[in-house]
Design a protein around this ligand. Structure first.
Ligand SMILES: [Zn+2]
Length: 210
């Protein structure tokens, strides 16, 4: 079973990807972590992503992701991809590449969340300055309001303001809405209400794809 998972910031797709990987025995690929690791090992890539702040070219991400997947998972079966593909182009090339290997994507799980709820959740995010642990004042509160379990101070990221979150959501919508349409046409789209509790979402996904 090969899955991809999509959803706006705050939809909990990272959490669901981890839970699904555990409960279904899937290889979990997270594109953000992956690109950070790649940038650490390659100064040229680090320059583009972290110094110039540019997006990495689609063609090159595709080459890196597919090379990595084939190394980690030679038979290309039983994986969940989180954060990739996120555009129609990325999806189409991945689909064609898998088809050449005799493989396919079985489901694209799409977690929905209203803009209002997305902003509420993201602006409630707090990170410990000492251990980097992430809390959420709404969905995953710390033991005390301004302190981590380790005693460190909890801070809000500078770009987690409603204005910046709104802009990020608009960009996300512009890129992702066309992809959702294509996934629907390919009959692999599974839309799930991301405003339910974590356990309910997981249960619904597993019951549908099983
Ligand atoms: Zn801490």
């Amino acid at each position: 079973m090969n899955l991809i998972i999509l959803g706006p910031q705050g939809s909990g797709k990272g959490t669901q990807a981890r839970l699904l990987a555990d409960s279904l025995g899937l290889f979990h690929f997270e594109s953000g972590d992956f690109l950070r690791e790649v940038a650490k090992a390659d100064p040229k890539i680090d320059e583009i992503i972290n110094k110039k702040g540019e997006l990495f070219p689609d063609q090159e991400i595709f080459a890196l992701v597919t090379k990595y997947l084939e190394e980690k998972l030679p038979n290309l079966e039983n994986f969940i991809l989180d954060g990739y593909p996120r555009s129609v182009w990325q999806y189409e090339v991945l689909k064609n590449w898998l088809a050449q290997k005799g493989r396919k994507l079985n489901w694209a799980i799409y977690l929905t969340l209203s803009q209002e709820e997305s902003i509420t959740r993201i602006t409630a995010r707090r990170t410990c300055e000492k251990c980097d642990r992430v809390y959420n004042l709404v969905t995953n509160p710390p033991p005390t309001l301004d302190r981590c379990e380790c005693g460190g101070r909890l801070l809000q990221r500078e770009d987690d303001t409603p204005e910046v979150v709104k802009k990020r959501l608009e960009i996300y919508q512009k890129i992702t809405v066309p992809l959702i349409e294509v996934l629907k046409k390919d009959s692999i789209l599974l839309t799930i209400n991301g405003e339910q509790p974590i356990e309910a979402i997981l249960k619904e996904i597993v019951a549908t794809i099983a």
